[in-house]
Design a protein around this ligand. Structure first.
Ligand code: AMP
Ligand code: ZN
Length: 485
């Protein structure tokens, strides 16, 4: 099926055509591993996962999916410094080596990130590469030398900057984001990785070493500039090295349009003489009461915060997928609960299709149902409309009245849909769960989550409560059973 995508470059929905016929090169801006990611960040990664699954399942493409790990930037350096409050006991003692401390911090949070996205149904095997920025320092230096050679970078102090004024007379600066150059001060420079568009200025490619910061040697223009790369050059380099330019699709949250993605475009064109990508796709924010969920606003939940409250990661995945990626999604516990029920409703329908004891003589047009759902997904990943098709079908049909053949066909279609959503089970409905009251199931689930997150006090307390209500929990390695006393 043909896929259509909203391209932030053209600001319209376009038919997707990859550079190579059957293969898609996809680059997603990944996490900065200085702390546990919050579920707002997770929305960006779940959106990229949705995209790559639709490209594979509906579009029939092979997808080379690259997601970078930012393990060197302002925030990772800040939080790896001696006596940083972000340092956890599990990471061990800090050492006197800045590089060692940075490595310990970022490896710890990278592992946590991979655990979190796996719990949220992202299959690590779907990645072609998860490159860490610190493994590409030489290549970043090469790109900076190229930009310098082409005349669009200069050295000031011991740092290297991109010459925006010169560049904007050569190519458009402001392709993704309208930029007002009225306030632009020629030659003004900015060193931080993130900045507002009012502060548009020459941005840093290579930052001079500061005291107590990790650094690398950099030979350029006959000088050795000890320092470290700016954030934007990391992505420009890794996408070129791993996918080649131009690759097909680049994703990230809308906040990355400026300066990160705008600067990526300028760097790639100024250094490699090529646009980085053909389609830029951006997800909108997960919000809390009308404000972007973010560490700085303090209004965030990590996945751990939520599983400790007994929330299942797959309910979070389903909730994120229930909204279109280009709309804002307001995070509430009531919203999570209603999506939990919606997911269960589809699951019950699948369990009824799996039940081979009952069947009837109703035949439905399963091809039409399949097409109705998949065509919505192909249309700029419209998950809410695809789910509306699914619920309309479920609400107007009784699975035990279908013929065996219809049930089999529908099961195959639900399996295909689940290659994208990946939140449903195709195992027969567990018998024991059938007779257990919902409040006991909820408590047992909460206890399991507490145990998994090593909150043993809470897990013991819940086990006691369940016992008092007349049920016992027995644990296996990956699961548990609820038994009536
Ligand atoms: P970071 O680790 O800060 O570089 O962010 C990783 C990804 O999360 C980026 O693509 C951001 O645009 C995205 N992001 C950050 N906050 C939110 C949010 N509240 N909702 C959706 N995406 C977000
Ligand atoms: Zn990036």
């Amino acid at each position: 099926m043909k896929i259509k995508l909203y391209n932030s470059l053209s600001k319209q929905i376009e038919e997707f055509n990859p550079v190579n016929q059957d293969e898609v090169g996809l680059y997603s801006c990944g996490p900065t591993v200085y702390n546990f990611a919050h579920i707002g960040n997770m929305r960006a990664f779940l959106f990229a996962d949705l995209l790559q699954r639709i490209l594979r399942t509906v579009g029939g493409y092979n997808v080379k999916w690259v997601m970078n790990i930012t393990d060197i930037d302002d925030k990772t350096i800040r939080d790896s410094q001696i006596n940083s409050p972000a340092w956890l006991a599990e990471m061990g003692e800090q050492t006197n080596s800045e590089i060692e401390n940075l490595k310990k911090l970022t490896e710890f949070y990278q592992d946590a990130f991979l655990d979190d996205i796996s719990s949220l149904g992202i299959n690590i095997e779907h990645f072609y590469a998860l490159p860490a920025a610190t493994d590409y320092i030489d290549e970043m230096q090469d790109l900076i030398r190229k930009i310098m050679k082409n005349g669009y970078a200069y050295i000031a102090g011991n740092s290297v900057y991109f010459d925006v004024e010169k560049w904007r007379h050569n190519d458009k600066y402001g392709k993704l984001f309208k930029i007002d150059f009225d306030n632009f001060k020629k030659g003004a420079r900015i060193d931080s990785d993130e900045y507002e568009r009012e502060h548009i200025s020459d941005f840093v490619l290579w930052k001079e070493k500061k005291e107590n910061e990790p650094f690398w040697d950099f030979e350029i223009d006959g000088k050795n500039l000890q320092g470290r790369p700016g954030w934007h050059i990391e992505c420009s380099t890794m996408e070129y090295e791993l996918l080649g330019l131009p690759f097909d699709i680049h994703t990230g949250g809308v906040d990355l349009k400026f300066p990160h993605h705008e600067d990526e475009i300028a760097q790639s064109k100024a250094g490699y003489d090529c646009e980085p990508t053909n389609y830029w796709l951006h997800n909108d924010f997960l919000e809390v009461e009308g404000e972007k969920m973010s560490k700085s606003a303090g209004n965030f939940y990590t996945l751990r915060d939520l599983t400790q409250k007994g929330i299942e990661p797959l309910d979070i995945r389903f909730t994120m997928l229930s909204a279109h990626y280009r709309t804002k999604l307001n995070f509430t516990f009531a919203g999570l609960d209603s999506q939990k029920k919606a997911r269960r409703r589809v699951q019950e329908f699948i369990w009824s299709l799996l039940d081979d004891k009952t069947s009837g003589d109703i035949i439905v047009d399963s091809d039409k149902f399949r097409n109705d759902v998949l065509s919505q997904l192909a249309n700029d990943l419209h998950t809410p409309k695809a789910l509306a098709e699914i619920f309309s079908f479920i609400n107007s049909n009784e699975p035990d009245k279908f013929t065996e053949d219809t049930k089999t066909k529908l099961l195959n279609i639900f399996r295909e849909i689940n290659n994208i959503f990946d939140v449903f089970s195709f195992e027969a409905k567990p018998e024991e769960i059938n007779q257990i009251p919902q409040d006991i199931i909820n408590l047992a689930d909460e206890r399991w989550q507490a145990k998994k997150s090593k909150d043993y006090a809470k897990s013991d307390e819940l086990r006691k409560k369940i016992l008092e209500l007349g049920w016992e929990i027995t644990d296996a390695k990956e699961d548990y059973k609820i038994i009536k006393l």
